[in-house]
Design a protein around this ligand. Structure first.
Ligand SMILES: [Zn+2]
Length: 253
């Protein structure tokens, strides 16, 4: 069997699939891969969370950086790979869709929010670090562009994109949801991730360590290739629709 046929076979035998996605699933939607060869961190230094808390200069740097990519995130649309994962959910086979991505494209594609776990937060919201209020980013960018000053909440707290910054703790609830799904699934598939960023990349490994089949779909090698039951080389935008199209509906749960 070819790796693609093997993946189809694994999917047909599964009822509770854990999907784990990274930047590679969204490059086809025009979202840059922040850590890849052309990654923007090569040209800009990341703002660490501690610096955001302690320095106005760092807060300006954060907003300036987010503004640079704001329109690209705002205007990005899901691609065929995202839509294939919506089909997988409709087939009744999706346990959870755990993502490292902050683009919100899985929800935009139509996967249920209760299936999606965004481990690194989302650019679709701005959050107040004091009261936790969430708001639409757009008016804050308009204000920042006009005044050059960082937007603040009505409560006086600092506003920040609802993403997990370098040096910021992982969201506990999302990590727990992802780990629970890894403990329940009967198949894990990593898509478009080099699986190098921890603790996020530990999630599919929790499933693999339980002995459930583990498939990896990625362009180029990953840090977990040695643990994979099957490794499919290539672009998720081409592979996923073809694979999911061959999977019949799962049994009712
Ligand atoms: Zn507030």
């Amino acid at each position: 069997l070819s790796p693609v046929d093997r993946l189809v076979e694994l999917l047909r035998a599964s009822r509770r699939v854990l999907i784990f996605t990274g930047a590679g699933i969204s490059t086809g939607s025009g979202i840059p891969d922040f850590r890849g060869p052309q990654g923007t961190w090569k040209s800009r230094r990341p703002v660490y969370f501690q610096d955001f808390l302690s320095s106005e200069e760092s807060r300006v740097e954060h907003w300036d950086y987010k503004m640079e990519f704001h329109e690209r995130f705002r205007d990005a649309r899901p691609n065929a790979a995202h839509r294939a994962l919506v089909d997988l959910e409709r087939l009744g086979r999706l346990e959870a869709l755990v993502t490292q991505n902050i683009d919100g494209l899985h929800e935009a594609a139509g996967n249920s929010p209760e299936k999606i776990v965004e481990l690194h937060g989302t650019n679709r919201w701005v959050v107040c670090l004091t009261c936790g209020a969430r708001s639409d980013p757009e008016p804050h960018f308009v204000e920042f562009r006009k005044t050059g000053r960082c937007p603040t909440c009505a409560c006086g707290g600092w506003l920040k994109s609802a993403t997990v910054s370098f040096g910021q703790a992982m969201p506990e609830r999302e990590m727990a949801r992802a780990a629970e799904a890894a403990g329940r699934c009967d198949l894990a598939i990593s898509i478009g991730s080099t699986l190098e960023v921890h603790p996020a990349a530990s999630i599919p490994m929790l499933a693999a360590e339980r002995g459930v089949p583990y498939a990896i779909v990625n362009q180029g090698p990953t840090a977990q290739d040695g643990c994979a039951t099957v490794r499919v080389e290539g672009d998720a935008v081409e592979i996923l629709p073809a694979v999911v199209g061959l999977v019949p509906p799962g049994s009712a749960r």
